[in-house]
Design a protein around this ligand. Structure first.
Ligand code: BGC
Length: 372
């Protein structure tokens, strides 16, 4: 998977491709050449199902509201469901099954566990519905037509680069720098992609001695945070501080998102140590404030409004009987097929560029401006 991603990233960097799938190119059938979905589209007031996971970060909360409003504005009936925090996988499976039974024509899924939806998405295909994986890939199934997300590998690369930049600017000494690595939940396909993207930048610096991971925990399994839960990251940071940093200084932490970044910062503060350079993702309100306060170093702007808009645009294209537009047909191998994807561009945010980065996000721009 890593190799495929690296190749595709190089191609993206060269600006060499922008595929716009259209029915004439691909014979008017769904991306997988499937014959179950209706090539002639579906009624303009059809029901569209949206199954979102539990609310582990602000972006999921916002997505639900944007899908409800956006789909209805586009003339569709929206059936938006969240899986509750407990029993999430089973509840999400039931919700998707109910959407299929209820006749949804497209089911957009932010998977809780992308490996455990094969039965439900197959049922969707068999019923003639399209399946779009939203933000998180759905794995090990032919029955997912499209993937819409921010470029996850690039998110990781930006986080790795931000860590290096932050260390050079703020560590207060020359290399080598002591860092620790955190990754997301193993049941989320994104976690490995974020981590591989970050390690694409960090591994050469570990190899040449610029960075040291004193805990020795550099394998993704050692760095994982079950359920993307803050308490799990905080507990791991507590234990690494105790075992490894009683005298050594911790200069930086790769954190895959804002929730975990704040957990890491809390752990370090409670241990009475200086806050290291900590990366993040999602532009959560508390983290944007922390960045402006000079505590958390960076986050990523993945504007949920744009991602939901793109997903709804794809629904509109499918409704007309066209293929949905994609711009990547190489990176996202789900174990059974390469899922055609539309990837949006993530933006790194630090205190320095926050005003520019949030120019189109009024609520965050207001926070940034309140610090000026
Ligand atoms: C999303 C991140 C989010 C994480 C936890 C990932 O799949 O891409 O934006 O921080 O899940 O909710």
């Amino acid at each position: 998977m890593k190799k495929i991603i690296l190749t595709a990233t190089a191609i993206v960097a060269a600006g060499a491709f922008m595929l716009t799938g259209c029915s004439s190119e691909r014979g008017g059938t769904p991306a997988d050449g499937g014959d179950s979905a209706e090539a002639a589209g579906f009624p303009a007031d059809a029901t569209i199902g949206v199954a979102l996971p539990d609310k582990t970060s602000e972006n999921w909360v916002l997505a639900g509201k944007l899908f409800t409003d956006g789909l209805e504005k586009a003339g569709f009936k929206a059936d938006v469901q969240y899986a509750p925090a407990s029993n999430t996988v089973a509840e999400q499976q039931n919700q998707i099954q109910a959407m299929v039974t209820g006749g949804a024509k497209v089911i957009i899924i932010g998977a809780k566990d992308g490996k455990q939806l094969t039965t439900q998405v197959q049922a969707a295909k068999d019923a003639g519905a399209y399946v779009i994986a939203y933000d998180r890939l759905i794995e090990n199934t032919e029955a997912v037509d499209y993937y819409v997300a921010f470029d996850n590998f690039k998110v990781g690369q930006l986080q790795g680069q931000a860590l290096l930049d932050g260390l050079a600017a703020n560590a207060g000494h020359e290399a080598p720098y002591n860092i620790e690595l955190f990754s997301g939940s193993p049941d989320d396909a994104n976690s490995a992609v974020f981590f591989n993207g970050a390690m694409d930048v960090l591994q050469p610096k570990i190899d040449d001695g610029t960075l040291k991971v004193l805990s020795g925990q550099t394998e993704i399994a050692q760095t994982a945070t079950d359920g993307w839960k803050a308490e799990n990251a905080q507990r791991r940071m507590d234990s690494i501080l105790t075992s490894t940093y009683s005298s050594a200084a911790l200069d930086g932490v790769l954190s895959p998102n804002d929730t975990l970044a704040r957990a890491v910062i809390t752990s370090v503060q409670q241990a009475g140590k200086p806050v290291p350079v900590v990366t993040g993702q999602d532009s959560e309100v508390e983290s944007v404030k922390s960045i402006m306060d000079g505590v958390q170093y960076s986050t990523i702007n993945k504007d949920t409004t744009l991602l939901v808009e793109q997903a709804i645009k794809m629904v509109g294209q499918l409704q007309k009987g066209d293929d949905a537009e994609v711009n990547d047909t190489e990176q996202y191998d789900n174990g059974v097929k390469v899922v055609p994807a539309y990837l949006l561009d993530p933006v790194i945010v630090t205190k320095e560029n926050a005003e520019e980065a949030y120019a189109n996000v009024p609520s965050l721009l207001e926070i940034v401006k309140s610090y000026q």
